[in-house]
Design a protein around this ligand. Structure first.
Ligand code: SF4
Length: 256
């Protein structure tokens, strides 16, 4: 997957000032509107309460406690759609899949992205850890940590416009990896709102890819939660298989 980094580097060398700049500025404006969103009172109260009470291990830290925007490369061709921030992970640090501890979902995911050439380091601890994604952008169906990781259908519907706005600012996305069934269904719901009806409705399955009418490929992937990775439901090899599939799809897209 070295080719992904090489291609991005070549773009930057050839067009040092303009590559990704309009997308980056558009994403910045969207991030502001996400961070200040108050549409779901239950989730806003929960996040604020977690930020106030904190986990013992982080008692000296200032929690982010606000909605969490997406993170990654403005010129990404791969979009990952997850469920929601973790209460003491992204809700604490302010960056998706960041800070949920050693062997947490963030490190598991980032190690796989690093092996595949999409991330420059294999961990995600803090917002100042130097992590950069190349050709990949990570977003979530819901931007506020929900109690028991279970947002309501209304909360998912409330939050979809944020994902919609980010996707509109990421015009190069060709492959969408849904991390878990909620992310998978949320993406299909979003397409429906955009007038893209996928019939018959694709079924979520790990490693199962679907060609969409809008030319994108949607790939299911088990969510890298501790519950899945500690029980072996999701292994590092299974995650690698998904990103190899992504790389093949992007290569094929380039050849068309
Ligand atoms: S979950 Fe989304 S829509 Fe609801 S308050 Fe948070 S950012 Fe706003």
């Amino acid at each position: 997957m070295v080719t992904i980094e090489r291609k991005a580097r070549k773009d930057r060398q050839e067009h040092p000032t303009r590559v990704g700049e309009p997308e980056r500025l558009a994403l910045q404006a969207i991030q502001q509107s996400i961070v200040s969103c108050e549409r779901c009172p239950r989730l806003r109260e929960y996040c604020a309460e977690i930020a106030r009470t904190k986990r013992r291990a982080y008692r000296n830290e200032v929690y982010w406690g606000k909605p969490v925007p997406g993170f990654g490369d403005p010129r990404a061709r791969m979009l990952l759609v997850a469920l929601a921030p973790a209460a003491h992970g992204a809700n604490r640090t302010g960056r998706v899949f960041t800070g949920d501890g050693p062997h947490g979902s963030g490190d598991f995911l980032m190690a796989a992205l690093h092996r595949a050439g999409f991330a420059n380091i294999p961990t995600a601890e803090r917002t100042d850890d130097g992590l950069e994604l190349t050709d990949a952008f990570i977003a979530a169906a819901v931007r506020c940590a929900p109690p028991d990781n279970k947002p309501t259908p209304v909360e998912i519907a409330n939050c979809l416009p944020h994902l919609d706005a980010e996707i509109a600012a990421l015009p190069r996305v060709r492959v969408v990896v849904a991390l878990g069934k909620i992310g998978f269904d949320a993406y299909l719901q979003l397409l429906k709102r955009r007038g893209v009806n996928v019939r018959p409705k694709p079924a979520f399955g790990h490693g199962v890819a679907h060609e969409l009418p809008n030319g994108q490929t949607l790939i299911g992937c088990y969510h890298p939660s501790r519950q899945n990775t500690n029980t072996g439901k999701l292994s590092a090899c299974m995650m690698d298989d998904v990103f190899q599939r992504v790389a093949r799809t992007l290569r094929d897209t380039d050849l068309r």
